[in-house]
Design a protein around this ligand. Structure first.
Ligand code: AMP
Length: 214
């Protein structure tokens, strides 16, 4: 099963992708995480994309398409994959269609997370993740059970993303409206676009997604 999760930053794609990964045994491919790994390794690609990401802009299509092309052919994608944060532009979606056709694959579901922008700003500006296992939390409504200790791996080290500052969040939402939202009519035409209520609580969103996935 091959799935695309589509929605603005902070709409819960990453959280739900991890759950789908566990439930269905298919692999989450999060382009944002891949790019942050390149930055952390300090290589030339990481140096090239860091400023773009910190400003909340999109990395050039050719870089992202190359990353995904190298990934979907790997053995861990044999059962399928969940694309989280890709595609983000119409040319990326067209490139994905070509890549899948070459491998005799197709997209089974495109799931749109519908959310209110004011809520997104609030969500993104309070979020933090465990530096070791990547579990995500929120200052106001999703703190670790014991303050300062990760529920999943007991690490005490947490990080905030540099692009989660209020100004950059606003820029990222603008980028979503201008460059990514045109993917909604693109996928609506193919008949595989379905919508879930991204404002519901995390378990309710998972249940809605499970209904979509059948
Ligand atoms: P995310 O973790 O999905 O919010 O992505 C963080 C940042 O990585 C974005 O603001 C972009 O700068 C970059 N990025 C991630 N995925 C893509 C993509 N498909 N196309 C272009 N840039 C991307």
């Amino acid at each position: 099963m091959n799935i695309v999760l589509l929605g603005p930053p902070g709409s819960g794609k990453g959280t739900q992708a991890k759950r789908i990964e566990q439930i269905h045994g298919i692999t989450q491919l999060a382009t944002g995480d891949m790019l942050r790994a390149e930055i952390a390794s300090g290589n030339a690609l990481g140096r090239r994309v860091k400023g773009i990401m910190d400003a909340g802009e999109l990395v050039p299509d050719d870089i992202i398409i190359t990353l995904i092309r190298g990934r979907i052919g790997k053995p861990d994608c044999r059962n399928g994959f969940i694309l989280d944060g890709f595609p983000r532009t119409v040319p990326q979606a067209e490139a994905l269609d070509r890549m899948l056709a070459q491998r005799d694959l197709r997209l089974d579901h495109v799931i749109e997370f519908e959310v209110d922008e004011a809520v997104l700003i609030d969500r993104l500006t309070g979020r933090f993740t465990c530096q070791h296992c990547g579990a995500s939390y929120h200052e106001r409504d999703n703190r670790p059970k014991v303050d300062g200790i990760c529920d999943v791996c007991s690490s005490c080290e947490f990080v905030c993303r540099p692009d989660d500052s209020p100004e950059t969040v606003k820029a990222r939402l603008g980028v979503y409206r201008r460059q990514t939202a045109p993917l909604l009519p693109y996928y609506r035409r193919t008949g595989i676009l379905q919508r879930v209520d991204g404002m519901a609580d995390i378990d309710a969103v998972t249940r809605e997604i499970e209904e979509v996935l059948g």
